[in-house]
Unconditional design. Structure first.
Length: 301
């Protein structure tokens, strides 16, 4: 099984390795010891994004194939589809394209490609989280959405609504592509709903304690909420800059790029933790069959 090879520890090692490599390239340049190796940074971020989202896609598909519960299987298939679109977005948004087309990452074309992929990816992610919530709800774990949960969800949604109202002229507001102008606020609105809904999953995490399923939900929450937080903080810190889901070169922008790397690896970590559920189940089944075979062999003919 792929899940037995791509473990959460291996994914975490990939995240740590990427961050160390990027820091090793950037910090000496920041201190004036070396020139800025932008091309090397672009290669590392592109490869890491492909590996992270690629792992999330493959592991999610494997988890879906192992589930017998219809809603759980649907949830992981939807998460796999969302990760696949995010993988494609990472490819078309690679900083490597800046070396082929000057200013590509802030161009209307990049904005169009981003929004065409972000909206369906967010829709699939929301549908996947809803399906996962319903599959867990059917287990009757005693979960009930309380008033404080509704309040927290409303607060998160209100923050994004404020962002959309105050930033009416978003980065694609003057785009020559009408589709891009239309899709960007939809994508951000979906991200608001997803971030608010992630708050509802928090109680399931509390109910499950430290189990493998709880870790899946924790990393899904990191993946969802960190995305929303980065968009909000970026807008609040630099309200006059274009609102983007990643950023160009610079100290503050480099820090945001580093945080966006955690986002993509969080998706892989959620899938890897989910795969451990199927690996554990397969191992328990193997041991059970081995025990039965041993008993049958011990019975005299």
């Amino acid at each position: 099984m792929l899940g037995a090879r791509i473990t959460p520890k291996l994914v975490a090692f990939g995240l740590g390795t990427e961050l160390l490599l990027l820091a090793g390239l950037y910090l000496p340049a920041r201190l004036g010891w070396t020139p800025r190796f932008l091309f090397a940074e672009a290669i590392i971020m592109t490869i890491a994004g492909v590996v992270a989202f690629g792992s999330a896609v493959l592991l999610s598909l494997e988890v879906a194939a192992e589930y017998r519960s219809r809603w759980a299987r649907v949830a992981w298939l939807l998460l796999a589809a969302s990760a696949a679109l995010s993988l494609l977005k990472r490819c078309v948004g690679s900083p490597l394209f800046d070396f082929l087309m000057g200013g590509y990452r802030v161009s209307p074309l990049r904005g169009l490609l981003d929004n065409v992929l972000v909206v369906p990816a967010n829709l699939l992610l929301l549908a996947g989280l809803l399906a996962m919530w319903w599959s867990l709800h059917r287990l009757d774990l005693g979960f009930r959405i309380e008033r404080r949960d509704y309040a927290a969800m409303a607060a998160v949604a209100a923050l994004f609504a404020t962002l959309l109202l105050l930033r009416g002229n978003l980065s694609q507001g003057q785009s020559p592509y009408i589709v891009s102008r239309f899709l960007q606020p939809i994508g951000l609105g979906l991200l608001a709903v997803i971030s608010a809904f992630a708050v509802a999953l928090r109680r399931y995490t509390l109910r499950m304690g430290d189990g493998k399923l709880a870790r899946v939900i924790v990393w899904l929450m990191v993946y969802v909420l960190l995305r929303g937080a980065l968009v909000l903080v970026r807008s609040l810190l630099r309200p006059k800059l274009p609102l983007m889901l990643d950023s160009p070169a610079g100290l503050e922008a480099w820090a945001f790029d580093m945080l966006w790397q955690i986002v993509q690896w969080a998706a892989a970590l959620a899938a890897a933790c989910g795969a451990q559920l199927t690996v554990s189940a397969a191992e328990q089944l193997r041991q059970l069959r081995a025990g039965r075979a041993g008993k049958e062999a011990a019975v005299p003919a």
